[in-house]
Design a protein around this ligand. Structure first.
Ligand code: ATP
Length: 427
C-alpha cells in the first residue's frame, strides 16, 4: 500500500471506509476501500462477493475494481475514483433535477443493472449512496451484497437499506429475485423527482405501511409465504386506498409516473426487467412532452417530522451456513484463485499481497391535516406492533431486529428529508 497516499475520507460504510488516494507511481487518483474486518488468507479475499462480482462485471456503468491489496491482514480494494454519490448531489442541489437529467441517470443505472442481471448477479442494496457520479456519468457501486442469481435460496442474511427494500424482502420471502433491484430503481426514480424518499419507513412494519399508503393494500396472494404478517398488516392496511402518484410527484411526466408504478409493483413478477424498463416510453425522448412545473417540488418537501429511521440490521433467521458471514462479507467454500495474478511482496518486513485484475484494467410545509393523519398512522402502527409482540411462536417470524443499532453508520440517512404522503386513511 506504500504506492498509495491517502488524501481524505470519502465515506464510512458498513463494510469498509473509503478514502480518496493518489497513486505515487502513476499519479492516478483512486478510491481505496479499506475493509473493516481482518483477512488472514487470500482465499477469503478472493471469495468475497464484492471481489467476485466486480471481477466479472466490466461495464461503463459499474465502478471498476483496479486492484485488491492485502497488507498486514488488512484488505484494500483499489477502485476507480468517482466524485460524488447521488445522495450527496440530491442533498446539495437547490433545485430538483430536470426530467432530462433524471432520464440520463436512470438510463445509465438501468444499463449497468441490466449488465449485472444478464451476468447472473443482483445487487440487493441499490440506493442513492451506492450510485456514484462524475460529471454526467453514473456508476453502480458497493457490490458487497451482490448475489449470484444461480445461487440457491433461501437467502436469509439479507441486510440492506430499508427505504429501498422490496416488499417480498420485508415479508421475508426466502426466494427473491433480481426484481428486488427493480423495486429499488422505482423508489430511486421517485426520489430523483422529489429529492425525498418515497417510502421512508421507520421500522420494517412501518416500511410496509408506508408502501401501503402509496400503493394501497396488496393482493396478499402474491406473497404466499407471508400469511401471518399479511393478516396482521391487513388489520391496519386493508382499507388504505392507493395514492395518485402524480399528486405526490407533480413534476414527473405521465411516462415517469407510469414507470415508477410499474417498477414499484407489489408483485415482483409484474415489475419490468432492467432491459424492459429501458424500452419504456419514459426513455423515448421524442415522445415525451415536457411536463409543466406546476408546483415547486421543493415546497413539497416536509420538515423531517423528527423521524429518525432506526436502521437496525435485519439478521432474522441468520443461519449457520459457512457463507453467512456478517454483513455481506460472505465467503464461499472452495475458493479458487485461478486467472489471478498474485504478487507477494515481503520487502521491508511488510506482508503485502497484490491482486491485479487485468481484464478490468482495460477496460411545504406540513398541514394540520397531515399531522392528524400522521398521528393516526402512528397509532395504527403502534397497535400493529403491539399485536405483533403479543404473538409468539409463529411459524413465520415477523421481521425482528436483533438490537443492533447502526444509526451511526449511516448518519446521512438521518439528515434526509422525508416525503410525507397524506393518503386516504380509514380506521
Ligand atoms: N469508487 C469510489 N469513488 C468515490 N467514492 C466512493 C467510491 N466507492 C465508495 N465511495 C464512497 O464511500 C461510500 C461508502 O462506500 P461503500 O458503499 O462501497 O461502502 P460500504 O461499507 O459497503 O457501505 P454500505 O454501508 O452502504 O454497505 C459511498 O457511499 C461513496 O460515497
Amino acid at each position: 500500500m506504500e504506492r498509495y497516499k491517502i488524501l481524505e475520507e470519502l465515506g464510512d460504510g458498513t463494510c469498509g471506509s473509503v478514502f480518496k488516494a493518489f497513486n505515487i507511481e502513476t499519479f492516478e487518483i483512486v478510491a481505496v476501500k479499506k475493509m473493516k474486518r481482518k483477512f488472514y488468507f487470500w482465499e477469503e479475499c478472493m471469495n468475497l462477493r464484492e471481489v467476485k462480482a466486480l471481477r466479472k462485471l466490466n461495464h461503463p456503468n459499474i465502478v471498476k475494481l483496479k486492484e485488491v491489496v492485502r497488507a498486514n491482514d488488512e484488505l484494500f480494494f483499489i477502485l476507480e475514483f468517482m466524485e460524488h454519490n447521488l445522495y450527496q448531489i440530491m442533498r446539495e442541489r437547490l433545485r430538483p433535477f430536470s426530467e432530462g437529467e433524471i432520464r440520463n441517470f436512470m438510463s445509465q443505472m438501468l444499463q449497468g443493472l441490466a449488465h449485472m442481471h444478464r451476468n447472473g448477479y443482483f445487487h440487493r442494496d441499490l440506493k442513492p449512496e451506492n450510485l456514484l457520479v462524475t460529471k454526467d456519468v453514473l456508476k453502480i457501486a458497493d457490490l458487497g451484497l451482490a448475489r449470484e442469481v444461480s445461487s440457491m435460496p433461501p437467502y436469509t442474511e439479507y441486510v440492506s437499506t430499508r427505504w429501498y427494500r422490496a416488499p417480498e424482502v420485508l415479508l421475508q420471502s426466502s426466494s427473491y429475485t433480481p426484481a428486488i433491484d427493480m423495486w429499488a430503481v422505482g423508489a430511486i426514480l421517485a426520489e430523483l423527482f422529489t429529492s425525498s424518499p418515497i417510502f421512508p419507513g421507520e421500522s420494517e412494519i412501518d416500511q410496509l405501511y408506508k408502501i401501503c399508503c402509496v400503493l394501497g393494500a396488496p393482493d396478499w396472494t402474491s406473497f404466499p409465504e407471508a400469511t401471518n404478517i399479511s393478516r396482521l398488516i391487513n388489520i391496519s392496511c386493508s382499507e388504505i386506498l392507493p395514492t395518485n402518484l402524480s399528486d405526490i410527484i407533480p413534476n414527473a411526466s405521465s411516462e415517469a409516473v407510469d414507470l415508477i408504478m410499474q417498477l414499484c409493483s407489489w408483485d415482483p413478477l409484474r415489475r419490468p426487467t432492467a432491459d424492459q424498463a429501458l424500452q419504456h416510453p419514459f426513455f423515448n425522448v421524442a415522445a415525451c412532452v415536457p411536463h409543466p412545473l406546476m408546483h415547486d417540488p421543493l415546497e413539497l418537501r416536509l420538515n423531517n417530522m423528527g423521524a429518525k429511521p432506526n436502521l437496525e440490521l435485519s439478521l432474522w433467521d441468520f443461519n449457520t451456513e459457512p457463507d453467512d458471514c456478517f454483513l455481506g462479507l460472505t465467503l464461499a467454500v472452495k475458493p479458487s484463485v485461478s486467472n489471478l495474478e498474485v504478487v507477494h511482496d515481503v520487502s521491508q518486513g511488510i506482508e503485502e499481497d497484490l491482486l491485479f485484475c487485468p481484464r478490468l484494467e482495460d477496460h411545504p410545509e406540513q398541514s394540520g391535516e397531515f399531522i392528524h393523519l400522521a398521528s393516526l398512522m402512528l397509532a395504527v402502527v403502534h397497535v400493529v406492533a403491539l399485536a405483533l409482540s403479543s404473538i409468539q411462536n409463529t411459524p413465520i417470524g415477523v421481521p425482528q431486529s436483533t438490537g443492533f443499532a447502526i444509526t451511526s453508520l449511516q448518519p446521512n440517512l438521518l439528515e434526509r428529508q422525508l416525503l410525507a404522503v397524506s393518503s386516504p386513511f380509514h380506521l
